[in-house]
Design a protein around this ligand. Structure first.
Ligand code: SF4
Ligand code: SF4
Length: 537
């Protein structure tokens, strides 16, 4: 069966189903779910119940005592995470979050309303962990825990990208993403996970990065980028790896040195660091900032993230810069210093170029590349020619985690307005804290899940279409590796003619480097705007 066409997919049925929401039965329809994790990945990560199975199988081969495992797991987490217990107790079902989830907007499925997604778990909490639920069962909103509930959890907790948009609108601050995280963590106890999450996690353990690139492959990729940048600019930059005693460790998501359009952003970093003479190093072991543990369990977050501080210590750096990535920054900003710290062996970050003290990074000792670059621009340390980006008419997609989990809203915009001449914001209720997710985050960016990704990405694409039609926007910029991987197919599907780029790709284009040859192309090797016009004249 081929993927549905856009005009079929926009026929969304918002009428509530006649079925009682308490009925857990789900249909695993092709295109709307992700395949199960391969047993070899569970084994590699030491996770339970490795076996061959698929979500559409009748028999999920759960462990015989699966019910006890889930209830014990819930009990433990209700004790351990106060937020989880609070979120189970305080929802007043006001419905303010109901129409805020991109998966509900794109699918019309009521169980994709955040309030109902949480209720799938809350109903089990009520039945087994509250007195009224134990006494009155469904009359008190409780449900029996059955295998069908496990299947329903799997379906809907892997139809939430943990984007936290709903939490912005909840008067009580209930964060459904955290409920999804606990849901996935509980499913994990039964060996019910998806391969798109566990394969990268297993690769990370083996080689330090999601893609399974070994140290010599990492070095080859970096060397290739150095050669390519020399061809484009005439300047040979240094890109040190594992250099002990460097001032700064630079952490990137692996897609930056292996995928497009990420790779052009990577060229932008190399050009920038060379131009300011930064004393930095990559690590061939911490060759991944991304952390798919966030989509699996708190324990996995901690295990995967540990390598960053370990490498900072081994290499003897003073502090860390992190590149453009979404969920990587949620982990770094919200969890790293408490999970893997304290990082008291590092210094409080101070820019060696401007002297700016990054007080917000006092605890993690890690600075976002956009904060670092915005500070350089603000202190007039870069020579920039925004005209080199004139072939682009630019808008900015706030990636969910830097926007909502970090509040990194102004720095990317400040950079973009400095490095390009034409910039247009998408409508207000689709950007900044209210940004719409790409629809493919949290490990859902697989081909088998194509229909649900396109549905989930519809609100984002719709806002892009608005600025394309109104202002002629032809480039969507972002600061997330998952966005760069998944937005191109989303836009090709819904808004053809709009491309995707990282912010530092445009920085690299605009950056006037000392001693560079006359630039005739941008970092993609495409003629600069005036050259294009001249060629057409
Ligand atoms: S907005 Fe908050 S309180 Fe209201 S239904 Fe949603 S989660 Fe519950
Ligand atoms: S976190 Fe995002 S994907 Fe999940 S329910 Fe809330 S809005 Fe939907």
């Amino acid at each position: 069966m081929s993927n549905p066409k856009p005009d079929e997919l926009v026929q969304i049925e918002y009428q509530p189903s006649h079925r009682d929401w308490m009925d857990p039965a789900v249909e695993f329809r092709k295109g709307t779910f992700c395949y199960s994790a391969l047993p070899r990945n569970l084994n590699y990560l030491g996770l339970p119940n490795a076996r061959e199975w698929q979500p559409f199988d009748k028999d999920w081969k759960l462990p015989p005592d699966w019910k006890r495992i889930i209830l014990d797991g819930m009990k433990e987490r209700l004790r351990k995470y106060r937020s989880f217990r609070l979120f189970m107790d305080i929802c007043v079902r006001c419905g303010a979050c109901a129409d805020k989830c991109h998966f509900f907007i794109g699918s019309g499925d009521p169980k994709n309303m955040p309030v109902l997604r949480a209720e799938l778990m809350r109903s089990i909490y009520r039945r087994y962990f509250t007195l009224t639920g134990r006494l009155f069962g469904s009359l008190a909103g409780g449900r029996e825990l059955t295998e069908d509930v496990i299947k329903e959890w799997f379906y809907y907790y892997y139809q939430c990208t943990e984007c936290r948009r709903c939490s912005v609108f909840c008067p009580y601050g209930i964060d459904t993403a955290e409920i999804t995280m606990i849901g996935r963590e509980l499913l994990n106890l039964l060996g019910c996970n998806i391969n798109w999450v566990l394969e990268p996690a297993a690769n990370c353990f083996r080689t330090g990065n999601h893609l399974g690139v070994q140290p010599h492959g990492f070095k080859d990729s970096v060397d290739f980028a150095v050669d390519e940048l020399e061809e484009l600019t005439g300047i040979r930059v240094e890109a040190p790896i594992n250099r002990k005693g460097a001032e700064i460790l630079f952490i990137v998501p692996s897609a930056d040195y292996f995928g497009t359009p990420h790779y052009y952003t990577f060229l932008g970093y190399l050009a920038l660091f060379h131009e300011i003479g930064l004393d930095y190093t990559f690590s061939a072991y911490a060759s991944e900032g991304g952390n798919f543990g966030l989509f699996n369990s708190h324990e996995m977050i901690k295990r995967l993230n540990a390598k960053i501080y370990a490498e900072a210590k081994r290499l003897g750096v003073k502090w860390i810069i992190g590149a453009e990535c979404g969920h990587m920054w949620r982990v770094l900003h919200q969890y790293m210093d408490t999970m893997n710290g304290p990082a008291d062996f590092l210094e409080e970050p101070v820019s060696p170029i401007t002297g700016t003290r990054f007080e917000n990074a006092r605890s993690t000792r890690m600075v976002h590349i956009c904060e670092f670059t915005a500070d350089l621009i603000h202190n007039r340390r870069l020579r920039l020619d925004p005209g080199r980006n004139d072939r682009w008419n630019v808008t900015f997609h706030d990636s969910c985690n830097p926007a909502r989990a970090m509040g990194l809203l102004e720095e990317p915009r400040y950079i973009l307005r400095s490095v390009c001449n034409r910039f247009h914001e998408m409508p207000e209720n689709t950007i900044r804290e209210q940004t719409f997710c790409c629809g493919s985050g949290s490990g859902l960016g697989t081909d088998e899940n194509f229909e649900m990704r396109m549905r989930g990405g519809l609100p984002r694409a719709n806002a892009v279409k608005y600025v394309r039609d109104k202002h002629g926007v032809n480039l969507l910029t972002c600061i997330c590796a998952i966005d760069k991987a998944t937005l191109p197919s989303l836009l090709e599907y819904w808004v053809p003619g709009v491309e995707v780029a990282g912010v530092h790709e445009l920085v690299g284009n605009a950056l006037v480097m000392r001693g560079e040859k006359e630039r005739t192309t941008d970092l993609r090797g495409e003629p600069l705007a005036e050259k294009t016009e001249a060629a057409h004249a």
